[in-house]
Design a protein around this ligand. Structure first.
Ligand code: IPE
Ligand code: IPE
Ligand code: MG
Length: 254
């Protein structure tokens, strides 16, 4: 996947990661139950996925349910599970037609059999699509991802597939759930909080972090454009000096 340019020549991220936060507060402001906020959140999700496909952003990873969200009231958890199942079942054909490849990251074993079956069906149906890689983080935790990778590496040490000195950042990253995609260039968190909440921990080492007070259900095309515009003004130095980065750019364009 290469860095693409838009019409007005802004640099687009290749991979966007989003903490879709603020559904509950959106509902509360309207004296509605929290579930109404989650339903409104689904609309915003549909909108951003479509925008990514239109803009030719290669990958988006959405935080839908954290490993910590099980501690919410039972009624909210079960209504979220029903919403995931109904949304997945109703959206999958359209996503497939649009060339979206859907993948779930997180520990899915805690989900109901019907949800696990819909997840597998959706992944199998869309696995060859390449227009947009859509990753849904569900029962996901960044620490879980890391521990899972450590267990995979430990297994390989035991079987002799890997030697101790072959444990490197590269072999480690290969065991993480988003392996194969570029690391997120842009992280967006809606809802006003400025924290990671155990989302992609390893993968955001050099991601540009964008926080907005906009609540997730209100996150529309204009709000997304604002985040993309902000991203295009970042100078990504990866440890180098600003001058080094500028010189490289001049050499490439000149
Ligand atoms: C994010 O919105 C959705 C999930 C965590 C599933 P919240 O439900 O956290 O909304 P707030 O933070 O209470 O407003
Ligand atoms: C993070 O939001 C998880 C998702 C958006 C799915 P939370 O609302 O659960 O995060 P905290 O608990 O406020 O940090
Ligand atoms: Mg929240």
């Amino acid at each position: 996947m290469s860095t693409e340019q838009t019409d007005n020549d802004t640099i687009l991220p290749r991979h966007v990661a989003v903490v879709m936060d603020g559904n509950g507060r959106w509902a509360k402001k309207r004296f509605l139950p929290r579930t109404a906020g989650h339903k409104a959140g689904v609309k915003a999700t549909r909108r951003i996925v479509e925008l990514c496909a239109q803009k030719r952003i290669g990958a988006i990873t959405l935080f839908a349910f954290s490993s910590e969200n099980w501690s919410r009231p039972d009624q909210e958890v079960s209504s979220l599970m029903s919403l995931f199942l109904s949304t997945l079942n109703s959206e999958i054909d359209k996503l497939h037609e649009r060339g979206v490849c859907i993948r779930f990251i997180g520990d899915r074993t805690r989900f109901s059999d019907s949800l696990q079956a819909s997840i597998s069906d959706a992944e199998n149906k869309t696995e060859k699509n390449s227009r947009l890689k859509l990753n849904i983080a569900a029962n996901y935790g960044g620490r879980w991802d890391i521990v899972n990778a450590v267990q995979c590496l430990a297994q390989k040490l035991v079987t002799g597939e890997l030697a101790e000195d072959q444990i490197t950042e590269q072999t480690f990253a290969r065991e993480l759930s988003l392996f194969g995609l570029p690391e997120p260039d842009l992280f967006i968190r809606t809802g006003g909080e400025q924290r990671i909440s155990n989302f992609l921990l390893w993968q955001v080492a050099y991601t540009e972090l964008f926080f907005t007070d906009t609540l997730w259900p209100d996150f529309d095309a204009a709000a997304f454009d604002q985040a993309l515009e902000w991203y295009s003004t970042r100078q990504r130095r990866f440890g180098k000096t600003g001058e080094q980065v500028e010189n490289k750019k001049e050499k490439q364009t000149g």
